[in-house]
Design a protein around this ligand. Sequence first.
Ligand SMILES: Nc1ncnc2c1ncn2[C@@H]1O[C@H](COP(=O)(O)OP(=O)(O)OP(=O)(O)O)[C@@H](O)[C@H]1O
Ligand SMILES: [Mg+2]
Length: 463
Amino acid sequence: MAQKTVLVADDDAAIRSLLRQVLQDEGYVVQEAATGVEVVDKVKENGPDLVIMDVRMPELDGIEALSRVKATSPKTSVLIMTAFGSSNAAIRAMELGAFDYVTKPFELDKINYTVSKVFEYQDLAAEVEVLRGEISTLVQTERIVGNSPAMQEVYKTVGKVAKSDATVLVTGESGTGKELVAEALHYNSNRRAGPLVKVSCAALPETLLEAELFGHEKGSFTGAMTQRRGRFEMADKGTIFLDEIGEMSLQTQTKLLRVLQDHKIERVGSSLPIKVDLRIIVATNKDLQKQVEQTKFRDDLFYRLNVIHINMPPLRERKEDIPALVEHFLAKHRYSATAQPAAISEEALRRLMEYDWPGNVRELENVVERAVVLSRGQIITSRELPFGDHEGDHDEDGTDELPSEKSFFKKSVAQFEKDLIMKALRDATGNRSKAAEMLGIYRRLLYAKIKEYGLEGYPPKGR
Ligand SMILES: Nc1ncnc2c1ncn2[C@@H]1O[C@H](COP(=O)(O)OP(=O)(O)OP(=O)(O)O)[C@@H](O)[C@H]1O
Ligand SMILES: [Mg+2]
């Protein structure tokens, strides 16, 4: 592995050289910076793996430098040093994406330990990215989003078993992404050129499900007017996904067991075995083990299905995935085909993080999609969320917050734009047509921007 590079930033030269010493002893390549501006420049130049910096620095303080570092080099981790007791700066630093913070005076052991954690984490993240890269380059349907440890376990298992023909049992609460995992398994297998056939065992009554799965001969039951191939036959050379397997009747279970054992099926009304070459993936939100105990599910079938088990973690146990999922759904559900993704206020995102999501990712997706519509694709505040009251989502002047989105760039541009518009409105003494002309933009665009920035009453009359 390449040597790790660390940029040490502090206006105190003694601290810099102390850290340099310690880190070089550990085998890292160390650079120094004495000001926030220097930090930003050096990060731009050579994107170090880690920046350790003091919050208090001349020219540009550590917090501001942090947000610029994150904007130019997202892969660079940042450790912040704060004076003991300045928890505000520490909290802000964590919000802006700092890896961790240490309070001064610090023990060198603690620094060493934290730095090793950073690099351990980076290596793990890189490994996951490779795995996910393999998945997302191939998966044609939905991308699976989420980087929590629990989801990383899922990616690892998918990566390991996709190429085998092993039967996979996917369990998890409703809306956790079981079907997405089934798709990922198929599209990353050697069967991806073949069909992925999906059947929900809960959608059909018993006899119809059997005919659907196995096909039937003409006249084999009332309504079977013609001969028909079943889903198992259709899935030949591909994968069959049996969803809600917990709903399957005992009789159909017996037939399924035979498919697993002999790789053969018989159409309803025929005793001619037909060979099928398929991989079986099943999913359920029920506890199959319990169903076995209650003799609602055959134990021999259960063991055959449970060769590889992937359990999807509920969203409430991996809330750290929520921001990335929200971003994903904002991009997926645009207000119109040509619209930019909507943005979300910090307060609204906080609300989403606080909620427990009994309907898991599906519920989150629905909430985001609805909010995009209600906000007309602009900025989602807690008013657009179905969580009742929504105090606190205003600035003191009653306008919406600007999107906090990690992007320092977006924020700066928005602020600049707002300032320009305010100036034009002042210069035109509130005459919007004139202001639009001065700005060289269409009036309609100006109106939209006025609304976006809450400048309806600007400039205040009587001045
Ligand atoms: N990790 C994820 N990343 C992106 N989208 C996701 C993720 N998990 C779920 N989704 C989306 O949420 C919705 C529900 O997912 P899916 O249908 O796979 O859930 P499920 O576990 O099969 O639920 P159910 O048991 O209710 O059928 C889908 O629109 C899916 O695209
Ligand atoms: Mg499903």
